[in-house]
Design a protein around this ligand. Structure first.
Ligand code: AMP
Ligand code: MG
Length: 486
């Protein structure tokens, strides 16, 4: 299908006008398509043709409109680093519209870097090439690791200069998500005491994104909030199991449908370290890797507070929130047991996992390589050492415990190894790999992005041509500081 045949059903733009400001993207000069994800394109029934790519270049640069779109900037607020900021909103992105595919699924199209809006505050409304590539690669990488996330359709760059620490190329990312509603949307109406609007937003969100909860016994709002808590706890358990740090878990970056949302200075951990901080502006470590589960809980609390006017009995909010730790722990434990190839949980498994993580932390072992190598663990050959463990003698006693534990695992060695390789990726988006692809792209060479995408879209498979992407980072690659200006 080409770009003219799509069907839009722009429900958000039918909401009252105080939910948004309508405006068109500000065009970029001399646009070029940097990357297009055929897998994201399929969500919109788009084929990877020259015509598609040409049209996306026009749309992505604000030089052409997608027929049926109705661009608007959403208003929201949120807690940033624990402090309430009353006025945020889409300062550099526009919701272009909601496209319905042939399977009846509705996808928001959001253009990030589209120019100034009434919510730009002091910003220029633009995004630079490196930040667009980082979001493009990460959202596609997380999706293919089975982690809920917004998707990325394409990246466009241009000759329009954008001023950061240096002059960079104004670029855009065309993002897809089932919803762009954030916790901060609810906070905006709550703190402005606009309870009718708050109710309208909750009703809209339930109607379009939590429809399955309607009409069941009890209050829709209670079930809605409980499900957001559930999805958030589950999402963060998945981040922790994958070794992913988001970096800026402000409530305006929390998706109401539980997607990983708004990629900034995120990081996939190389060496395991609970205190890993990927955001170099995060001096207190508020969003350090180990803090993410607690911050998810705190953020759900902020959402719960914003929903208070919708509840007759606020104890129901607390009751739903109280479920978070249990949901998180159960999910995280299950994911870790899967990584260890352990089929049925036993009494001492939580201890086995806890001790392993402490050892990985103490020895600063490469998290991804450890689990991938463990997937080949020859339990029936006692004494045989595996290459990456050699440098970490402290792991030897733990490996003996693991070998002992495998004796009561109802899986033969081959099946266990196969299952483990399906959940322990060989390839992750290490910071230095993204950086190398960005530096080449800034010179006009986009091939490295394609190369990376070919491993990130099936990260648990072998890719003999790109074996080097699975290696540990070089020393310089561990020390990269990712700029927050984006
Ligand atoms: P972020 O830290 O990227 O989640 O952004 C926080 C807020 O700042 C959001 O309201 C963004 O839309 C806005 N923002 C970020 N960068 C810019 C920019 N270059 N121009 C205008 N607004 C921006
Ligand atoms: Mg944001």
């Amino acid at each position: 299908m080409n770009l003219d045949g799509q069907h839009f059903n722009n429900t958000y733009s039918r909401l009252p006008d105080y939910f948004y400001t309508r405006l068109d993207p500000t065009p970029l000069e001399n646009p070029k398509l940097v990357a297009f994800s055929p897998s994201a394109g399929q969500l919109l029934d788009l084929e990877d043709t020259r015509e598609t790519r040409e049209k996306l270049t026009q749309i992505g640069s604000g030089n052409g409109a997608w027929p049926g779109s109705e661009p608007l900037a959403m208003v929201y607020s949120g807690h940033q680093f624990g402090v309430y900021n009353p006025q945020l909103g889409d300062g550099r992105g526009l919701l272009l519209g909601e496209l319905v595919n042939t399977r009846g699924e509705k996808w928001d199209l959001h253009l990030k870097g589209a120019g100034q809006t009434p919510y730009s505050r002091f910003g220029d409304g633009r995004a630079v090439l490196r930040s667009c590539i980082r979001e493009y690669l990460a959202s596609e990488a997380l999706h293919h690791l089975g982690i809920a996330t917004t998707r990325a359709l394409c990246v466009v760059t241009s000759d329009t200069p954008v001023y950061r620490e240096t002059t960079e190329a104004g670029s855009t990312l065309l993002r897809l998500a089932k919803s762009h509603i954030r916790f901060g949307h609810f906070e905006y109406f709550f703190y402005n005491k606009r309870y009718e609007a708050l109710k309208a937003l909750a009703d809209y969100t339930i109607e379009h994104h939590f429809h399955h909860l309607k009409g069941v016994a009890g209050s829709d709002y209670q079930r809605f909030y409980a499900e957001v808590v559930h999805r958030t706890a589950t999402l963060i358990a998945r981040w922790q199991a994958a070794g992913f740090a988001h970096g800026v878990m402000n409530t305006d970056n929390m998706s109401i449908i539980g997607d990983t949302f708004d990629y900034g200075p995120y990081g996939f951990m190389d060496d395991f370290n609970w205190q890993y901080i990927c955001n170099h502006s995060d001096h207190s470590g508020r969003y350090a890797f180990s803090q993410q589960p607690d911050i998810g809980y705190w953020n759900c609390g902020r959402l719960g507070q914003a929903l208070v006017p919708l509840f007759d009995d606020v104890a129901l909010i607390q009751k739903a929130l109280d479920q978070y730790p249990q949901i998180y722990t159960t999910t995280y434990t299950r994911l870790l047991l899967d990584k260890l190839g352990l089929l049925v949980e036993q009494e001492k498994d939580a201890e086995l996992v806890r001790d392993l993580l402490q050892l990985l932390h103490d020895s600063r072992c490469d998290y991804t390589l450890f689990f991938r190598t463990l997937s080949n663990f020859p339990a029936k050959q006692p004494g045989k050492q595996l290459a990456p463990f050699v440098g970490h003698p402290s792991l030897a006693p733990w490996l003996d415990r693991y070998r002992e534990r495998l004796k009561t695992n109802p899986l033969d060695e081959q099946s266990r190894q196969k299952r483990m390789k399906q959940v322990n990726p060989k390839y992750i988006l290490r910071n230095y790999l993204a950086q190398q692809a960005i530096e080449k792209a800034e010179q006009g060479d986009y091939q490295e992005i394609e190369n990376l995408m070919s491993v990130l879209t099936s990260p648990c498979d072998e890719h003999p041509d790109f074996e080097h992407f699975a290696e540990k980072p070089p020393e310089w690659g561990k020390k990269l500081e990712i700029s927050c200006s984006s």
